[in-house]
Design a binder for this molecule. Sequence first.
Ligand code: SF4
Ligand code: SF4
Ligand code: SF4
Length: 325
Amino acid sequence: MGKISRRSFIKGSLAAAGALSVSAAPLPASAKGIGPGELATMLDIGKCIGCGACVEACRDSNEHKFPEPDKPFPKMYPPRVKTADWSDKRDIDDRLTPYNWLFIQYADVEINGEQTTITVPRRCMHCTNPPCADLCPFGAARKLKNGITRIHPDICLGGAKCKLVCPWDIPERQTGVGPYLQVLPNFAGNGVMFKCDRCYDLIEQGELPACIEACPEDVQTIGPRDEIIAAAYARAEEINGYVYGDKENGGTNTIYVSPVPFDVLNEALEKGPGMPHMAPVPDSMAHADTLAKAMILAPIAGLAAGFIKFTGGAKPSSQSNKEES
Ligand code: SF4
Ligand code: SF4
Ligand code: SF4
């Protein structure tokens, strides 16, 4: 398949998909499944040179969405609810933080008898059936119809349920920001969770996500999910390579193609807090009991969002939320 990338594609499909909106009621994403307007990205990591231009572009482009916490932080009860403060460590770029939504992970591997280092851009996978959105008790994490999963900073209380249920532990908390400061600052929440929002605002305007636009090697390609999946398998066949993200967690909208098997890559990757793995992931929303729990939570989410809007508790945010209003 010809590459779906850059401007030839962007002005048509992306803009149309960007105009699609999340439903007003915070239904579980699982109720929607994979929609016809979903966009996916393919990352051909054999082409990545680890230059970091994508990381820099992400930070520059999304800086206006980064948290500006009030200090000192309210004292939490019980004290085991830990604060998370990255505001004095904004320069950290070798892991995920509330101020770094994309980083480059390194893996020393052998290809055809030669030692080489593979560099892997890592961020939210944008699952097709995201547990973070299904199970957020307040409806703050939502899947948009174009396949983006977003955490709304004016609704999130920072309880970190999304991180708990994310197979890759992606969202990161910053304390001292968000509606918890107005609602129950000493007893609930403790900040706002942050992660890649796949530049939903740029996509709304028919533009490419910043990391894709900045890459000098065209590592990433974005397009309709079925075309991206076909392109990924075609590329894998061409290089005798492997695919990750198509089946993981029941399917994601981030598809990696690698010249080495992903078990080898995963073994070689440095892992730890803020550094996701690349192991196989079963479909975490496959079980009916989990789905039922999500369905029960949906009305609570609506009530919570309504309460916050009604009380005017949420601080104004620079992020657009027009798709949800
Ligand atoms: S990777 Fe984690 S944070 Fe991203 S959509 Fe999936 S469950 Fe949510
Ligand atoms: S899609 Fe946007 S928010 Fe996500 S990693 Fe790329 S530049 Fe950052
Ligand atoms: S800009 Fe492209 S080549 Fe450079 S690190 Fe990012 S994905 Fe790799």
